[in-house]
Write a protein that binds this ligand. Sequence first.
Ligand code: CA
Length: 732
Amino acid sequence: MTNRPECFTQHLSSLPYVLIILAGLGLITGCSEFDRNNADINSNSGEITASSDFGQRIGNADNEPQNWLAHGRNYEETRFSPLNTVNDSNVSSLGLDWFYDLDTDRGQEATSLVVDGTLYVTSAWSKLHAFNAVTGELIWQFDPKVPRETLSKACCDAVNRGAAYWDGTLYLGTLDGRLIAVDAESGKQIWSTNTVDPKMSYTITGAPRVGKGLVFIGNGGSEFGVRGYISAYDANTGEMRWRFYTVPTEPGKSDGVASDTVFEKFAGESWTGDFWNASGGFGGGTVWDSMAFDEELGLLYFGSGNASYWNKHYRSPDDKDNLFVASIIAVKAATGEYVWHYQATPGDAWDYTSTQHMILADLDIGGETRKVLMQAPKNGFFYVLDRTNGQLISAENYVPVNWADGINRETGRPNIRSDAYYWKTNKPWVAFPGPFGGHNWHPMSYSKDTGLVYIPAQEIPAVYQEDKNFKPFPLGVNLALDMRPMILPDDEETVNAIKSTLKGYLLAWDPIAQKEVWRAPHRGPWNGGVLSTAGNLVFQGDVDGVFNAFNAKTGERLWQFDSGNMISAAPMTYAVDGKQYVAVLSGFGTSWSKLASRLAWDDKGPRQNKSRLLVFSLEGNKSLPLLKRKLPVLGQLPEQFASEEQVNQGEYLYHHTCFACHGFGAVAEGLNPPDLRYSPMLHSQAAFNAVVLDGALSSKGMVGFAKSFSESDAEAIRAYIIERANQSLGSN
Ligand code: CA
């Protein structure tokens, strides 16, 4: 391993936020060098005896290239299609064949499925739709009627990333935690089971997977103080077969489920403090997205999320690993019995989830064919593991990182830098990557033709600072961080300078050599999921709504289509009667638009949001109705009534809870959720309290926060938003 990734350079500026970013730059290791190591894990594999014809269809997905039967197309989750009618020589003729306007104005993240001429896709609010894949005619729609107040439990919009298909039945996880089986022909519910404790802030946004007649589903909520787990349900009856918690319960107690043994054996000892109750955050480690079912080895791999709270000081203050947060875990798929784990970020305190997409492949490593699992988690390193035993084969940083000096080859552990421990240093720390990750949930793709993994990569630093006075509130996010250093300045020049330091690009990565082969830059950092095909093509959308096709070998951009709306979802491709189609969802929303809203705007204001399913073909020639841009309407600015002390208190409270939906510094993208600086409620404390304390807008997802905030707290928050409205909009 002698590869040295390209060193990191960044635009210099004298502006304050940029300065703090640059202060972190000196600490960046863009050029670290390290090698393989052995993780301390057991080798074992499960056995599943049940048989299923449909499993064989997914297992032999390349025998039916016209279909897309599973979330990642096949059990290996490669998102590579053997279809090549659309290829590098004719993709420039690709055009819109049909489209469908969805009935939501939220983010869209789902990958469609296609089974024998019918296209199934989920949308925001966990709705499921079936279309004639040729004509675009809606066959049926299933709406699980998720209560809109569930939005207050969701970190990252009302999104859904897809359904699973198994033998005539579709499986859907809903935002409020149900797993529902739906008849694929009629669209009628077959069974529904609640998978979560409704008193806790659990949500489901990920796609279930099905293997050997079991449906696997996890959930999210680590920012809200939950305890992560994954469960398996009988595909026919909805009966739970097993559950595996990723973090332990209260010391001395057990759950009576599959994970008990491993916590008793060794994993429980990796925790200290009050992690197991509300004052400690319940541990986190939620299984909110990636899974891979290994038919051959009988294993299920799943990735776990960040620890809760983010700040380790308030969660589990000793220097222990907190297993199994930020890890890849392998269990026997039939029973949930622990087999191995690899923890990418021991003792995670940075939201460095390992829930990112995992791809299985057989790679030639040093002349030997190894069964590997590949992942590019948020922490910025690309990992190649031996999936039979969890041994680390190699890891290199695929984006600039400054939290660790490489991965130790002997121990499999990162060499974490001391200044990353922001709760010990008492200093704000500028991290590369930040909580958005070097790569987020957007699926990668692996092409057997090119041998490359295509990663939606991004460079978005963030400032971590301990909240010295942290107390958890009963509703909303609890991070134990002071988020105020993340407030952006008001002047456009500074914001533009910051924008220029952020990067997003499609990265073609050689997983054997662990090095970059090419990159295709996008205008914004938050770039969408990826599809690769045997037509020597890679398809990907971006934050600006441009849908692209690249030459898979060279990265040359061969085709573009302006969808007019952010594309986060991964494209997929299918064929009916020999004609190839490419489908992708567009829709503004997701965590990026909520938290980095100001960086997503241009001077014309945010895009109007119309979520759409877009389907392309070589014969397609439809045009898309344009969406207008508009800035929110500003009425008379409210007058400040409060003292500076009240405003400061309001700023603190706002950045404890409200920022997570309404943006840093009370600046939101203005579509949904609203930008509070423009709110007419600012003119009346009674009106403000009716919403903020009493939940007058619960039906829109804004629940009342009376359990968290007193009347004087609400007054302080209103005072802070009024201050921000006058500061930032006063000259308009
Ligand atoms: Ca998280």
